[in-house]
Design a protein around this ligand. Structure first.
Ligand SMILES: Nc1ncnc2c1ncn2[C@@H]1O[C@H](COP(=O)(O)OP(=O)(O)O)[C@@H](O)[C@H]1O
Ligand SMILES: [Mg+2]
Length: 306
């Protein structure tokens, strides 16, 4: 298939979520890549008036550069479906389930993926928090159900740290997760189209892959391909693809895992709109397999029309 050069493409970026800044970086990188490739492209800074802005812009395809609430959870996908505008990435259902770490764990389990021990706690039933200690030992990870970029995520080593960690997570969500901290290698799988491209290993300088480790230069090291034995590598690739398919994702995604000492890949989540700056993880994986950043962006755009 040739270039979609005659179509007007809108890159959706910014948005209303806690990941607005990250999305502006993603969106601008996509914009530049598409311009380099010779596409007719406009930037659309997503705000409350997005429906009107999209209508007036006359765009024919939307490249979704958003992250987090309203961008990654099916909301903007619904608006685009309603408007009859094709868009990159996953549809409404995969996006909304993928954004919800509680629902997505249930889907992963049903599809035979490895999910570590966890407990769900609702804001109205905070007393459930104490149950965590009867089913798991420290360290624990406390996180909101529907955030990203490690926003609201805490590592908990001691009893007295649990309540403050829950308070923080409840700032972002009415439902939070208490998970057993899985000790091992953090590995993420990039999926493009219908194949797992590769798996990258992340070694954060901080105790976990927190906001700073994700976005501050030099705060994490990436190793591609992930430094694990070949059979473990193949297993995590397959698990990544299984997770992508289990949620019904489309186009691309990045799937987070911790691989324990025995080589078992525990899934953390699927990112249906992974970071897309030239130095983000999925672009890093793609580059490692010989796909340049502009080529990756072009392929994701092409997949919006299939
Ligand atoms: N159960 C866990 N065991 C070990 N590390 C974890 C666990 N859950 C989260 N983490 C760490 O926290 C980071 C963010 O968690 P994640 O569930 O991927 O949420 P987000 O959507 O914010 O990226 C992970 O990349 C990992 O470093
Ligand atoms: Mg993550």
């Amino acid at each position: 298939m040739g270039k979609i050069t005659n179509k007007k493409i809108g890159v959706l970026m910014g948005g209303l979520s806690s990941e607005r800044e990250v999305s502006l970086a993603t969106g601008n990188a996509i914009l530049k890549a598409l311009q380099e490739k010779g596409y007719k492209v406009v930037a659309i800074d997503v705000n409350r008036d997005v429906a009107e802005v999209i209508r007036k812009s006359g765009i024919e395809i939307a490249f979704n550069g958003l992250h987090g609430k309203y961008g990654e959870d099916g909301a903007i996908q619904g608006l685009l479906e309603f408007s009859g505008i094709p868009y990159t990435g996953s549809g409404i259902l995969a996006s909304s389930v993928g954004m919800n770490k509680i629902l997505s764990k249930l889907v992963f389990k049903a599809h035979g993926l490895l999910v570590g021990p966890y407990l769900v706690v609702h804001a109205e039933k905070r007393e459930q928090l104490s149950e965590a200690l009867s089913i798991m030992s420290f360290p624990l990870v406390v996180k909101p159900s529907s955030e990203g970029s490690s926003v609201g995520v805490s590592l908990v080593y001691r009893h007295d740290e649990l309540a403050p960690a829950a308070d923080l997570a409840f700032k972002y969500d009415r439902e939070i997760l208490v998970e057993k901290y899985i000790t091992g290698k953090e590995v993420q799988v990039g999926v493009l189209g219908d194949r797992a491209l590769g798996a990258i290993e992340i070694v954060p300088k901080n105790v976990f892959y927190d906001y700073e480790a994700k976005y501050k230069e030099g705060m994490s090291e990436h190793f591609f391909p992930a430094r694990v034995p070949e059979e473990v590598y193949q297993r995590v690739l397959q698990s990544g693809l299984d997770a992508h398919r289990a949620l019904g994702c489309k186009g691309y995604s990045r799937v987070d895992f911790i691989i324990d000492a025995a080589g078992a890949p525990y899934i953390l989540e699927v990112n249906t709109l992974p970071g897309m700056t030239a130095t983000s993880l999925l672009p890093d994986i793609a580059r490692g397999t010989g796909i340049s950043f502009p080529d990756l962006v072009e392929e994701i755009l092409r997949l919006a029309l299939v």
